[in-house]
Design a protein around this ligand. Structure first.
Ligand code: B12
Length: 436
């Protein structure tokens, strides 16, 4: 175990850092005002006005006179933009940025954040908790909270998640990273000033979702903007929650969903909650990966970035929830899942271990549930590696193909025609060639 962890640490320290470094040339590219405006959701005219009125920055120019911004300038504008969206006056946000600048001029250096991120990742992978915490402490001492969250924690966790998917990092290392990050964010939540605005938010993981950091981050951003917000994290069950919401009547419920299973659970939970008349905002990796799902959730999509979701969430106060056209269909349910597991085992025993069959049944039920709850979703992957990434099932292509074919047959046997679309999809994937 020790040797394995060290090997993973070395592999990860090498590979993850390489991945991060690969992002650097991109970050050093100069981009035009339209791209900046799109990235940070501030119109070009406003950016020009800030430059004129506050002498905010002096971007370089093309020969034709068009503005060009570097990564540091974009980060600064994004930071100021997010402050303004949270209710600060633009002059105050710029003063705050400049004050930090005088204390720590090197904070613009993107390389510094990348260095801290790599230190943090390496410490997590070596299970060096003190080192991981020290790296984050360093980050918070040098950078605004939003920069630490986006450029160190979020980017670092994405690297760790990818390394897990490639089999280079174990859940122990992932857990340590989340635990160290969570502790720091919880301290910030606790230190936020008392609410100065009237709305009350509940931020919850969708049913079946254990990724507790996103709702905690949402809570932090809302609290820092002066709202009352609480985290009900980690796998809020479908049953009972709507009763609680109807009784306590928060102004808005924000749901986060990081994978397909959670999106399926959210579709059903949001539909049930609709009767309570409390507006629902939602977001998360499931919708970033499959945007077509957004239209199928009874609520308002808050965008692709949790740090920028405050204004969307607060604009929901007093609004009625946006209804969806069709109620979500039924999921497989526990009894059929067990029968599917047995049918899958009959087909795969002798080829793979029982553990692989259990993982496969857990992962692929999500495909059947997705078709049952949402119908045919635009953008579903069309090859084995896409399927593997979508449902989080890690196997080589040959094994995956056998598993997908066996599950399609099992679903046909146990569920029959209601699962016809999912069966057809899985059979097609089982014989697919890699996407170009
Ligand atoms: C930590 C982690 C775990 C921990 C969670 C512990 C905890 N207490 O939170 C544990 C080990 C439990 C775990 C389990 C699993 N995980 Co996990 N996990 C992660 C990891 C590394 C970090 C997640 C995180 O907190 N990120 C921080 C957030 C803020 O950043 P982000 O996720 O990039 O979010 C961005 C957007 O999506 C958006 N966003 C996110 N939430 C919200 C919410 C709102 C309202 C808005 C507006 C926007 C928004 O904002 C961010 C950009 O600003 C990710 C990797 C990754 N890329 O994130 C995998 C990841 C999410 N996990 C994944 C998987 C597959 C799983 C498992 C299914 C693995 C398994 N087979 O058991 C289980 C599922 C468990 C469950 N029932 O939920 C996959 C999901 C892929 C997919 N296609 O579905 C990922 C992406 C890893 C990967 N590369 O494959 N996981």
């Amino acid at each position: 175990m020790h040797r394995a962890a060290n090997r993973a640490a070395d592999a990860t320290a090498g590979r993850i850092v390489t991945m991060t470094d690969r992002a650097e040339p991109d970050d050093s590219r100069l981009i035009g005002i339209a791209d900046v405006a799109r990235r940070i959701a501030i119109p070009p005219a406003t950016l020009r006005a800030w430059e004129r009125r506050y002498g905010l920055l002096r971007p370089s120019r093309t020969i034709g006179g068009h503005r060009l911004y570097d990564a540091g300038q974009v980060a600064m504008l994004a930071w100021i933009g997010s402050r303004v969206r949270q209710g600060s006056r633009v002059g105050d946000a710029i003063r705050l940025w400049r004050a930090r600048d005088q204390v720590a001029p090197e904070i613009h250096g993107d390389g510094v954040a990348v260095g801290i991120r790599n230190r943090w990742i390496t410490a997590c992978v070596r299970l060096d908790e003190a080192g991981a915490d020290a790296a984050l402490g360093d980050g918070f001492a040098r950078f605004p909270v939003e920069v630490v969250i986006r450029d160190i924690l979020q980017a670092g966790l994405a690297d760790i998640g990818e390394a897990w998917r490639r089999g280079e990092v174990t859940p122990h290392q992932e857990h340590l990273a989340t635990a160290v990050a969570t502790r720091r964010i919880e301290v910030l939540v606790a230190a936020a000033p008392p609410p100065s605005r009237p709305g009350r938010f509940w931020c919850a993981c969708a049913p079946d979702d254990l990724h507790s950091l996103p709702p905690l981050l949402m809570t932090l951003m809302l609290r820092r903007a002066g709202w009352s917000a609480s985290t009900l994290s980690g796998n809020v069950p479908e049953t009972g929650f709507s009763v609680l919401v109807a009784r306590e009547r928060p102004d808005v419920v924000v749901f986060t969903a990081q994978h397909l299973r959670a999106a399926v659970g959210l579709a059903r939970a949001a539909h049930e909650l609709a009767a309570a008349g409390v507006p629902i905002g939602f977001g998360g990796g499931a919708f970033v990966r499959l945007p077509a799902l957004c239209a199928q959730i009874h609520g308002t999509y808050l965008g692709d970035a949790v740090l920028d979701a405050v204004s969307g969430a607060t604009s929901l106060i007093g609004q009625s929830a946006r209804p969806i056209e069709h109620p979500p269909g039924d999921t497989i349910g526990p009894e059929r899942h067990v029968r599917l597991l047995a049918a899958l085992w009959r087909r795969l025993s002798g080829h793979v271990t029982p553990g692989v069959v259990v993982d496969a049944a857990d992962a692929l039920r999500n495909v059947v549930d997705t078709f049952a709850v949402f119908g045919a979703v635009e953008g579903l992957p069309s090859d084995l590696s896409g399927l593997s990434a979508l449902v989080g099932l890690r196997q080589d292509d040959e094994t995956l193909s056998a598993i997908a074919a066996a599950y399609a047959e099992a679903a046909d046997e146990v569920i029959g025609s209601p699962a016809a679309s999912a069966v057809e999809y899985l059979s097609r994937i089982a014989t697919s060639r890699p996407d170009a």
